[in-house]
Design a protein around this ligand. Structure first.
Ligand code: GLP
Length: 252
């Protein structure tokens, strides 16, 4: 596992955007696993800027989002479809037919989950998976549990996650209780994984993910077993790591 600690959120966003841009430059037909939340907003902004400035070409890229709330349709302003349009897809040339986000209104949720994993396999697997991290160390919507859930599946959100995500909704009661999320195996099969963490409220989760034991109680800890995982943390998110990891780039 590699950890890159940046001085600022802006630097974190730039570091993440550089990795994505490099991936697409080297392999124009890359399959990207995308994430939502406040943390990747800056990265998407930088990628849009690079697309506009030098024409970084997304026309051959295929994308699979990590997760989606159940009960929210693509047009709902709180849906992850909407988030992705607003922060990224509206400004770059990813072809609409190459965009995949779990259907939050699926009638057959199990079928939707199976079809999602099958579509990832049919696309050749994910080349670069981007992740955020929850305060409880969730990745995607894989909440702390007694076992690692392998494939794309239906999740009941933890109270802590509902509280954390309430800021995007009118109030806590409006936050959906269920979601569809890629599973841990789906994420681990990605050839490269980059997790972004920003802010003090993520510091404990980052510490447990990087230094704690690998356990479903800390979903992000599974990345310790990935052959090519990078965590990009700003100084606040890295603040509970040993001093030597609080600046620059390190292999752990
Ligand atoms: C949601 C998403 C996660 C994301 C997390 C952190 O729960 N399902 O994939 O990593 O939020 O979001 P933020 O970056 O807003 O803290």
């Amino acid at each position: 596992m590699r950890i890159i600690t940046t001085e600022s959120y802006d630097e974190l966003s730039m570091a993440a955007a550089s990795i994505v841009a490099g991936q697409i430059y080297l392999k124009p037909a890359s399959v990207l696993g995308l994430t939502t939340g406040s943390t990747p907003e800056g990265m998407y902004g930088k990628l849009v800027a690079v697309h506009k400035a030098i024409g970084l070409d997304f026309s051959k890229v295929t994308t699979f989002n990590l997760d989606a709330y159940l009960g929210l349709g693509a047009d709902d302003p709180q849906s992850y479809h909407h988030f992705m349009q607003k922060h990224f897809f509206d400004y770059v040339n990813v072809k609409p037919e190459n965009i995949h986000i779990p259907d939050g209104l699926a009638k057959d949720v199990t079928g939707e989950c199976r079809a999602y994993d099958a579509a990832i396999r049919a696309a050749g697997g994910i080349d670069l998976q981007l992740l955020g991290i929850g305060r409880n160390a969730h990745i995607g919507f894989n909440e702390p549990d007694v076992k690692f859930e392998a494939a794309t599946h239906k999740v009941r959100l933890d109270d802590e996650t509902i509280q954390a995500n309430a800021r995007f909704f009118e109030d806590e009661t409006a936050v959906p209780r269920y979601a569809i999320s890629m599973g841990i195996k789906t994420i681990m099969l990605a050839r490269r994984v980059v997790l972004l963490a920003s802010g003090w409220e993520k510091a404990d989760a980052v510490k447990r993910a990087v230094l704690g034991s690998v356990s479903p109680a800390t979903p992000a800890s599974i990345l310790q077993l990935h052959q090519d995982a990078t965590i990009i943390a700003d100084s606040a998110a890295a603040s509970l790591l040993p001093e030597k990891f609080q600046h620059g780039e390190h292999e752990i």
